[in-house]
Ligand binder design. Structure first.
Ligand code: MN
Length: 275
């Protein structure tokens, strides 16, 4: 039963209907397992009510990833399982990225702020008022903020094109979504070495595409284009190397299939409302 790689644990109480569907699903699986003939069909079965589930793949549960005790800045979890973004982003990459790289930034940030006047500030305030010579804070507050945004704007049901106010702004300022996608992709592909590509709302309320090196971001005082990030694309090799190796462009094409434009639109509207 090699195809039975996903285990789904329901952590919240189920509605009666969902419970019935669930029991039906379990019954189907049991029948199929008994016969072992139609094994390949198992992965086609839809699980009801995904919004009330904590999904746990064989790669582990993102909710189990916690910062070292006493840490101020917490891991925020994922709204999908590590392997839910496949085939666009593989599960192993997501698991290492979230539970090792992102956790590392969170723990190092917590260690760097403890006992300082930064420990009472939000990460956004820390970044906006950053002393760029403080490398511990610059790298780790940057890494923590950037990864929170990156993981938040991904969704297995993402892709397509933006809607709402963001869609209108993109048409006005970039001519079309295709043109915006090309600008983001070019910025991401052209970032030499490790870094990020961004869609930001500038301080005069316009959209802008930019890239930054390492864990820098557009909130920082040293940024070439300053503004509020609403979309982050990680172009560190750890974000794609297992699946795409040196083919950064293939990763960049693929990631547009899992960008959650609803979340990006909400971030756009929030940023615009604060101008
Ligand atoms: Mn990363």
């Amino acid at each position: 039963h090699s195809n039975h790689k996903r285990i789904i644990k329901r952590t919240k109480s189920l509605s009666t209907t969902a419970m019935k569907k669930s029991l039906l699903w379990v019954a189907c699986v049991s029948l199929m397992m008994a016969s072992c003939k139609k094994e390949n069909e198992l992965i086609e079965v839809k699980i009801p009510d995904p919004e009330v589930e904590t999904k746990i793949s064989a790669l582990g549960n993102p909710a189990d990833v916690k910062v070292t005790e006493g840490g101020i800045f917490q891991m925020r979890g994922l709204k999908y399982a590590y392997d839910d973004l496949e085939p666009h982003i593989d599960g192993r990459t997501m698991e290492i990225h979230y539970s090792k790289h992102h956790l590392g930034y969170a723990n190092k940030l917590n260690k760097a702020v403890i006992g300082t006047d930064l420990e009472l500030k939000t990460v956004e305030d820390i970044l906006k008022n950053l002393d760029v010579n403080n490398k511990e804070i610059r790298n780790n507050a940057g890494g923590y903020y950037n990864h929170n945004l990156f993981f938040e704007i991904l969704n297995p049901k993402g892709g397509g094109t933006p809607t709402g106010a963001l869609a209108e702004a993109i048409t006005t300022e970039f001519g079309s979504f295709d043109h915006l996608q090309k600008e983001i992709t070019d910025a991401a592909a052209g970032q030499f070495g490790s870094g990020w590509a961004w869609l930001v709302v500038t301080r005069d309320g316009k959209l802008a595409v930019t890239s930054t090196a390492n864990q820098d971001n557009p909130l920082m005082p040293n940024a070439e284009v300053r503004g509020t990030p609403i979309l982050a694309i990680d172009v560190w090799e750890h974000a794609y190397y297992l699946n795409y190796q040196n083919k950064r462009n293939e990763y960049l094409t693929a990631i547009f299939n899992v960008i959650d434009w609803n979340v990006v639109n909400i971030k756009y509207e929030t940023a615009i409302s604060k101008i």
